[in-house]
Design a protein around this ligand. Structure first.
Ligand code: FAD
Length: 378
C-alpha cells in the first residue's frame, strides 16, 4: 500500500491552493452575502484548465484522474462552498455523463466547450414531486419524427440558467412500466420553451444558483438522446456514484476550512487566563475534527482511487459521501462553538461554512439514500 500522493497530485494541490487563496477565499464572504455568481473565479479556473480536469485530452480536457478531481474540489471547498458546488456539478454531473455515455459527435459538440470552460453544464434529475425516487419522474420526452419534444418541470438545478447545456432525465417509456422508462436528453438551455425561474432562495451556498425550470414543448433533434433509450436510471446511478465522491471531497474541504479557522481562533482567544485551545474541552473538539477530517480524506481518496483503477466503487463512494458530509456538518458546528458569539457572526466565516455544509448531506443522494445503498452490501 502507498498512502503518499504522487508528485503530480501534490503539484496540483499546491497550484489549486495558491489560486484559491488568492482569487477565491478573499471574495467568499462577499459572494455569500450578495449571491453574485463567481464568474471571475470560474474564468480563472477555466484558464488553468481545471474546468475540464478529468475530461479526456481528446476532447480538450486535461485527462487527469478522478483522484485529481477530488483534490481540486477539496481545495476549492476549503475556500468557498459555492464555487466548489458549481465546479462539482459542472465536472461530475455534466462533463461526467457526456464523457461516459456521449457519442463521438455529442462529445465534440458539448464536452469540448464544457472542458474548455467556455460554458457550464448542469443535470436535471429532481422535480417538484420527485427527488430520491427518480422512478417517479414526470417530465416526458416524446419522439416526434426527427425530434424529441419535452414537457414537464425540474427543480433545484445547480448552474441552471448559467449553464449552456442541460442534461435532463425524462420519461420516454409508457405510464405503467417500471423499468426502461427513463432517458437522458441533452438540451441547450436557450432552446425555446426552457424557462428558468429566478434563483431559489436558500440557507447557504448563495453564490451557487439553483433553479426551478419549466419545460414546455421543448424540441431538440433526435440525436440529443444521451446514451441508450430507456437507460436513464442506470446511467444516473453511475453518474451519482462519481458525483458522490465529488460531494465528499467538497465536504472534506469545507471541514478543513472550518477546522483551520477554529484552530487559529482557539490559539488566539484567551479565556480564564489561557488560550482557548489549552482548555481540554476545546482541545478535544479540535482533536475530533482532525480525526474526522483524516478519516474523510482517506475514504474519499480511496473511492476515487478505486474508480481510477476501473474497479467497482459504488459502496465506497456512498460510504465516503455519507461520512465526509456528516463529519463536515459536525466540524462546522463545533467550529462555531469554539468561536463562541463570534462564530455566529459572518465576520469569522464559520457560520457560512456551516450553512454551506448543510446541503451536502442532501444533494446527490441524501444520507438516508447512502445508507440504503451501503446496506445493500450488508
Ligand atoms: C442546493 C441544492 C442543489 C441541488 N442541485 C441539484 C442538481 O443540480 N440537480 C438535481 O437534479 N437535483 C439537485 N438538487 C436536488 C437534490 O438532489 C434533492 O433535493 C435530493 O436528492 C433529495 O430529494 P428531495 O428533495 O425530493 O427529497 P425527498 O426524496 O422527498 O426526501 C425527503 C426525505 O425523505 C427521505 N427519504 C426519501 N426516500 C426515503 C426512503 N426510501 N427511505 C428513507 N428515507 C427516505 C430523504 O432522505 C429525505 O430525508 C439540489 C438540491 C439543493 C437543495
Amino acid at each position: 500500500m502507498d498512502f503518499d500522493l504522487s508528485e503530480e497530485h501534490r503539484l496540483l494541490r499546491q497550484s489549486v491552493r495558491g489560486f484559491v487563496e488568492k482569487e477565491i477565499m478573499p471574495v467568499a464572504r462577499r459572494i455569500d452575502e450578495t449571491g453574485e455568481f463567481p464568474w471571475p473565479a470560474l474564468k480563472g479556473l477555466a484558464k488553468l484548465g481545471l474546468l475540464g480536469l478529468n475530461v479526456p485530452e481528446a476532447y480538450g480536457g486535461a485527462g487527469a484522474d478522478h483522484l485529481s478531481a477530488a483534490i481540486l474540489l477539496e481545495e476549492i471547498g476549503r475556500g468557498c462552498g459555492s464555487t466548489g458546488l458549481i465546479v462539482a456539478a459542472h465536472l461530475g454531473l455534466a462533463c461526467g455523463p457526456l464523457a461516459a455515455f456521449g457519442s463521438e459527435e455529442q462529445k465534440r459538440k458539448w464536452l469540448r466547450p464544457l472542458a474548455a470552460g467556455e460554458m457550464l453544464g448542469c443535470l436535471g434529475l429532481t422535480e417538484p414531486g420527485s427527488g430520491s425516487d427518480l422512478r417517479a419522474t414526470r417530465t416526458t420526452a416524446r419522439r416526434d419524427g426527427d425530434s424529441w419534444v419535452l414537457n414537464g418541470s425540474k427543480m433545484w438545478l445547480t448552474n441552471g440558467a448559467e449553464a449552456g447545456v442541460a442534461i435532463l432525465l425524462c420519461r420516454t417509456g409508457g405510464e405503467g412500466e417500471r423499468d426502461g422508462i427513463l432517458s437522458h436528453i441533452i438540451v441547450p438551455t436557450d432552446t425555446p420553451g426552457m424557462k428558468f425561474d429566478p434563483p431559489e432562495p436558500k440557507m447557504g451556498l448563495h453564490g451557487s444558483h439553483t433553479y426551478a425550470l419549466s419545460i414546455e414543448d421543448v424540441r431538440v433533434p433526435a440525436e440529443n438522446l444521451l446514451g441508450g433509450e430507456g437507460r436513464g436510471l442506470g446511467q444516473t446511478m453511475a453518474v451519482l456514484d462519481g458525483g458522490r465522491i465529488g460531494i465528499g471531497a467538497l465536504s472534506l474541504g469545507l471541514a478543513q476550512g472550518a477546522y483551520e479557522a477554529a484552530a487559529k481562533y482557539a490559539g488566539e482567544r484567551q479565556a480564564f487566563g489561557s488560550p482557548l485551545k489549552e482548555h481540554q474541552a476545546i482541545a478535544f473538539m479540535l482533536a475530533d475534527m482532525i480525526t474526522e477530517i483524516e478519516a474523510s480524506r482517506w475514504l474519499v481518496y480511496r473511492a476515487a482511487w478505486l474508480r481510477d483503477q476501473g474497479r467497482s466503487y459504488t459502496k465506497e463512494a456512498s460510504i465516503a459521501k455519507l461520512f465526509a458530509t456528516e463529519a463536515a456538518e459536525r466540524i462546522a458546528r463545533n467550529a462555531i462553538q469554539i468561536h463562541g458569539g463570534n462564530g455566529y457572526s459572518p465576520l469569522y466565516g464559520v457560520e457560512r461554512i456551516y450553512r454551506d455544509a448543510r446541503l451536502m448531506t442532501i444533494g446527490e443522494g441524501t444520507s438516508e439514500i447512502q445508507r440504503m445503498v451501503i446496506s445493500r452490501f450488508a
